[in-house]
Design a protein around this ligand. Structure first.
Ligand code: PTJ
Length: 247
C-alpha cells in the first residue's frame, strides 16, 4: 500500500520509487536497482519529468527498427520488471518482439521471479532461462543469453543497461535501442537509437507509435530509420538538461 498524495508535485516520481521498493521486497529488483533508480530520478528531474520532443522522435524511430527487424528482443532487468511489466508485454505484442530476462547481477531466483512476474502481466513466452549462448567479450555470468533469443536477434531494446554489456552487444553487430535517462552514459553512447526518457513513459509511448506505424509500408519505416542522427539526439537531451527550468 502506498500513501502518496495525488497533488504532491513529485507524485509520479514517488509512485515509481515505491514500485522499485516493492520490486526489491518481491525478489525481482536488486538492491543496486535502488541506486540506479536514484540516479535516473536525478536526470529525470533535470529533464522536467516529461518526454521531450527529441525523445519522442527517438521512440518512434526505435519502433520502426523493431517493426523492420528479422528478430527483435526486448531485454528485461530487475528495474524494468518492477516498473513496467505490463507495458513491456504490450510493446512486445505491438511489435512482434520476444521478451528475454537478462540480468546484470544474475541469480536463478531473480530470473525465475521476474519470468513469473512477466507471465502474471500477460507474457506468453519469456526467454532467458535457458542461457545456452554467450555475449562475446563478457565474463561468464554477465554474458549469458538464450541462443534463440538475444544471441540470435538483429535488434535489441536494452533499457537501463550497464555500459560494458551495451558496448559488447553493439560490437556483436546488433542494432541497439537503449532507454537511459543519462545522455552521457556509455550505454546511451553505444546505442544506434538512444532514448533519453524514463522507461515508465517510454514504453507506453512506443506502443502508441507501434500502433500507428504498423499501417506504414517498409519504405516509410526505412526512411524514418535512415533519417535518424544518434549524436544529435544525445546533444539535444544534454541541451534540454542545461536549459531546463526546474520546479
Ligand atoms: O536487475 P539487474 O541485475 O540486471 O540490474 C539492473 C541495474 C539497473 C541495477 C544495472 O543494470 C545497473 O547497475 O545499471 P546502472 O549502471 O546503474 O545504469 C542504469 C542507468 O539507467 C543509469 O544511467 C540511470 O540514469 C538510468 N535509469 C535509472 N532509472 C531509469 C533510468 N533510465 C530510464 N528510466 C528509469 N526509470
Amino acid at each position: 500500500h502506498v500513501d502518496v498524495p495525488e497533488d504532491h508535485p513529485r507524485y509520479e516520481s514517488l509512485l515509481t520509487r515505491h514500485r522499485i521498493e516493492a520490486g526489491v521486497d518481491k525478489g525481482i529488483t536488486s538492491r543496486q536497482g535502488l541506486i540506479a533508480q536514484g540516479r535516473g530520478e536525478a536526470f529525470d528531474y533535470l529533464l522536467g519529468e516529461r518526454t521531450t520532443d527529441s525523445a519522442d522522435a527517438a521512440e518512434r524511430v526505435a519502433v520502426a527498427h523493431l517493426l523492420l527487424a528479422e528478430h527483435a528482443v526486448l531485454s528485461v532487468n530487475g528495474n524494468v520488471a518492477a516498473l513496467a511489466p505490463a507495458e513491456t508485454v504490450e510493446l512486445a505484442e505491438a511489435t512482434g518482439a520476444d521478451i528475454e530476462v537478462n540480468l546484470f547481477n544474475r541469480t536463478e531466483e531473480r530470473m525465475q521471479a521476474i519470468a513469473d512476474h512477466l507471465r502474471e502481466h500477460g507474457a506468453r513466452e519469456v526467454k532467458g532461462l535457458t542461457a545456452d549462448a554467450r555475449i562475446s567479450g563478457l565474463s561468464h555470468e554477465r554474458g549469458k543469453v538464450d541462443a534463440d533469443g538475444i544471441y540470435d536477434a538483429d535488434v535489441v531494446l536494452v533499457p537501463l543497461e550497464d555500459g560494458d554489456r551495451a558496448e559488447a552487444l553493439a560490437e556483436m553487430g546488433k542494432t541497439e535501442l537503449v532507454v537511459d535517462l543519462n545522455p552521457g552514459s556509455r550505454s546511451a553512447r553505444a546505442a544506434a537509437v538512444p532514448i533519453v526518457d524514463n522507461i515508465v513513459r517510454a514504453l507506453p509511448n512506443m506502443t502508441k507509435h507501434a500502433q500507428e506505424l504498423a499501417q506504414e509500408d517498409e519504405a516509410t519505416l526505412r526512411e524514418l530509420v535512415e533519417g535518424f542522427d544518434a549524436q544529435a539526439a544525445l546533444d539535444e537531451a544534454e541541451r534540454e538538461i542545461r536549459t531546463g527550468t526546474f520546479e
